[in-house]
Design a protein around this ligand. Structure first.
Ligand code: PLP
Length: 464
């Protein structure tokens, strides 16, 4: 059985990764000259040899994001269930552009998305699709919002509008919106950066002020983005208040829950997402906190008619739809050829059950809390405030960049650098369901020893 073959291979790699280094030491030149010395594509090489070589490169030349001490950028550890699923997808290579070509795959995706739609409190008529990731889902949201807000947008483009359309987001929102503003023709200046409060949540008073001011000045506000789990600090914007304001003012409310959205399944965390059900659209990445391999994003839209309008097309060469209940994703989403993205989430949910998935999420929250407590107890200063497992911290006398480099060089942990209110800080996010209390304690203890050495070196007179 496929699962037996992959199960052994997966288990041995997992053991190796967990016990090995996290951060590679390599330069672009080293990899380029290695590749050039071995490959020229002129003559075929035995597959076993190529695969062994590629695996060696992956083992030695990448940050091991599935390592239990990778405290990084929302990249998860993965489980066997979703790896088997992704292998099956590659083997059968179903094309999900049209229902007729891949009925089973399309219905499995729809089944999975419908289940999550209900969890988010969205209506049954919601149209959801899998995406490559959060950036594509956010892009889809902006296109849907433009389509709903401006009747002429689809045919005549932005130039037909009587003013400049603008989008509101907090300064902590994800930078994909900057690229999206560029790509959609809105222009990067169409983004209005709303102030954040002390917890780095969108300041609703500033939002209201900015919308009113823009309207007075002839701009056309059409969309507000609230983030559920900001990338730097894990903040959750006041979703209910933003939703209410958007409803009263005819603005499209998009929730970017790329990371935090998974918390909807955890009973202890679900209340934090209160108000998400008011959104017009949601981004949620399964390849973040649902712990499935990349890329597996999701886009949920309350207004199917806007997606049907935005992505409509009718080429003669595509298979005709066969019945009223069938659907063709290429006509309602950005992608055309479409990989069976959703299988890894379907299999993962089916294998663990909802409770198993929730336990993984709650476990990571507990590990984040333990990490935060230990850091506070041992003199570190926490500079963010979130119930999600993401801790930003610093310490008097610390050069964050230098210290992070030491932490990585010594293979203690992988963490990233952020700026909170302009101040550099270390950012540790528990992204692996494999991280244990022992891992967290060991990392903090090693960090404290390293910090003591670091300070001694800083204070030693030059030349000593
Ligand atoms: C809040 C948020 N939104 C969107 C994205 C983009 O998601 P992706 O990298 O899956 O495209 C990220 C990525 O980290 C994110 O943190």
């Amino acid at each position: 059985m496929l699962i037996d073959v992959l199960g052994d291979a997966f288990a041995s790699r997992e053991r190796e990764i967990d016990a090995g280094p996290i951060t590679p030491h390599v330069t672009p030149e080293e990899i380029r000259s290695y590749l050039a010395s071995r490959y020229d594509f002129r003559k075929g090489i035995a597959l076993e040899e190529i695969i062994a070589d590629v695996e060696k490169m992956l083992k030695t030349w990448q940050v091991q994001i599935t390592h239990p001490r990778y405290f990084g950028l929302f990249n998860p550890s993965v489980a066997l269930a979703s790896v088997v699923a992704d292998t099956l997808v590659a083997m059968y290579n179903p094309q999900l552009a049209s229902w007729r070509t891949s009925p089973a795959a399309n219905e499995i995706e729809k089944f999975t998305l419908d289940w999550l739609t209900a969890k988010f409190g969205f209506p049954a008529e919601t149209l959801a699709t899998f995406t490559h990731g959060g950036a594509e889902a956010n892009h889809s949201a902006v296109i849907a919002a433009l389509t709903r807000s401006f009747a002429e947008y689809g045919n005549k483009g932005l130039r037909c509008l009587g003013g400049t359309p603008v989008i509101y987001l907090s300064r902590e929102a994800h930078d994909s919106f900057s690229k999206i503003a560029h790509m959609t023709g809105l222009g990067r200046q169409a983004l209005r950066t709303v102030a954040a409060d002390r917890q780095l949540r969108m300041d609703i008073t500033d939002l209201k002020r900015r919308v009113a001011e823009d309207r007075r000045n002839g701009y056309i506000p059409f969309m507000v983005v609230g983030t559920c789990g900001t990338t730097s600090a894990g903040a959750i914007d006041p979703l209910r208040e933003i939703g209410g304001f958007c409803a009263d003012n005819g603005l499209w409310f998009h929730v970017d829950a790329a990371w935090g959205g998974a918390a909807i399944l955890a009973p202890s965390l679900k209340p934090l997402l209160s108000g998400i059900e008011l959104a017009d659209s949601i981004t949620c990445d399964a390849h973040k906190w649902f712990s499935v391999p990349m890329g597996c994003g999701m886009f949920f839209c309350r207004h199917p008619e806007n997606l049907v309008d935005a992505f409509r097309t009718d080429p003669v060469y595509m298979p005709a739809k066969i019945s009223g209940a069938a659907f063709d994703p290429y006509k309602t989403s950005m992608q055309w050829s479409r990989r069976f993205i959703g299988l890894k989430l379907f299999v993962s949910l089916a294998a663990q059950g909802e409770q198993g998935q929730a336990e993984r999420i709650e476990h990571q929250v507990r590990m984040g809390q333990i990490l935060k407590n230990l850091l506070v107890e041992t003199g570190w200063q926490i500079v963010n405030d979130t119930p999600l497992p993401l801790v930003c911290f610093t310490r008097e006398g610390l050069d964050v960049g230098e210290f992070l480099a030491l932490l990585r060089d010594r293979q203690i942990a992988w963490m990233s650098e952020v700026r909170i209110d302009g101040i550099p800080a270390m950012r540790a996010c528990v992204t692996s369901f494999k991280t244990t209390e022992g891992d967290v304690k060991w990392v903090v203890s090693e960090m404290n020893q390293l910090f003591a050495q670091y300070m001694r070196a800083q204070l030693a007179p030059a030349g000593h």
